[in-house]
Design a protein around this ligand. Structure first.
Ligand code: AMP
Length: 281
């Protein structure tokens, strides 16, 4: 496994791979890797000859009051995890490489898909994500890029951005990976005590109840949302809870096989997000 922090030597290696007709899959991450990230690497391996992972905590997607400074950073163990997962190349740029001029950089403005949910409570979030991803895609020029279902709105916003900007990378979604108790794996789970992790798993259990009720014939969104609310532990404050159409992300009144639950909330200042399609497991 080779590790690069500068753009030109990474690009030289990528050119060689392309000369050898290698198909490249890219997995962008902010590090603090867990089994959710590793599952993306596995998905990437299924679709390509070479897997490139980036590890970069992207400052432009954090608001000043958010956890950029305290965001977990474990580069040594991340590199070991990538090696164990047989990643080919890792890109670990400095912020000054990606944004030479942080006070005046080209910024990508996302579509309306980014206005609600995570984008409403974090207005700078998706613009920051797209601004780093377009840079990373231009550096890596991957054939495919893999993103997690956990950040479903992010997956939709990125897919739309690549379409709109004619970025010739196929975006693939990889399933959400959970802890044994059902809590969606996240780098931010490191902030939670084991007791809080149990409390947080009530989100998964609540979404499962709605999925079960849907399968048993309850298709009214308001009823399913009320059911979810009663099952989420009351110590978790809700940022948003919606059932939406999986492509448009518009609220639905009557649910069908295209409907998806989106949830975000806080447990003692730790942001938790989760999602579940009503249709599939
Ligand atoms: P992050 O490091 O949080 O920016 O996440 C990098 C990628 O890993 C994103 O595409 C996330 O959606 C994905 N990811 C994070 N957690 C999970 C999870 N529990 N299951 C599946 N994918 C995940």
């Amino acid at each position: 496994m080779r590790v690069f922090s500068d753009v030109s030597s990474l690009q030289q290696s990528i050119l060689q791979l392309k000369d050898n007709q290698k198909k490249i899959a890219f997995v962008p991450t902010m590090g603090a890797l867990h089994k959710g990230h590793l599952s993306l690497i596995k998905t990437a391996k299924l679709h390509a000859d070479t897997v490139i992972v980036s590890i970069f905590v992207n400052n432009t997607q954090f608001a000043p009051h958010e956890d950029f400074n305290s965001y977990p950073r474990n580069l040594d163990s991340d590199l070991q995890a990538c090696k164990d997962a047989e990643v080919d190349l890792v890109f670990t740029p400095e912020s000054s490489t990606i944004y030479p001029q942080l006070d005046d950089y080209t910024h990508i403005i996302p579509t309306r898909l980014a206005h609600s949910f995570c984008g409403k409570s974090r207005p700078q979030f998706f613009g920051g994500i797209l601004s780093v991803l377009v840079r990373l895609f231009n550096i890596v020029t991957p054939d495919i890029a893999v993103f997690g279902e956990k950040d479903y709105q992010q997956f939709r916003v990125i897919t739309q951005c690549c379409k709109d900007l004619f970025i010739p990378t196929t975006i693939i979604m990889s399933p959400l990976i959970r802890e044994q108790n059902g809590l969606a794996m996240s780098s931010r789970n490191q902030y939670l005590t084991s007791e809080q992790r149990e409390t947080a798993s009530s989100i998964f259990k609540a979404l499962q109840q709605a999925q079960l009720a849907f399968r048993q014939g309850e298709h009214l969104s308001s009823t399913l949302l009320a059911l979810i609310r009663t099952h989420i532990d009351p110590s978790i404050t809700h940022d948003y809870l919606h059932i939406v159409h999986s492509q448009t992300l518009k609220d639905v009144q009557h649910c069908d096989e295209n409907s998806r639950i989106l949830f975000a909330g806080f447990l003692d200042k730790v942001r938790l997000i989760d999602t579940m399609s009503l249709f599939s497991s």
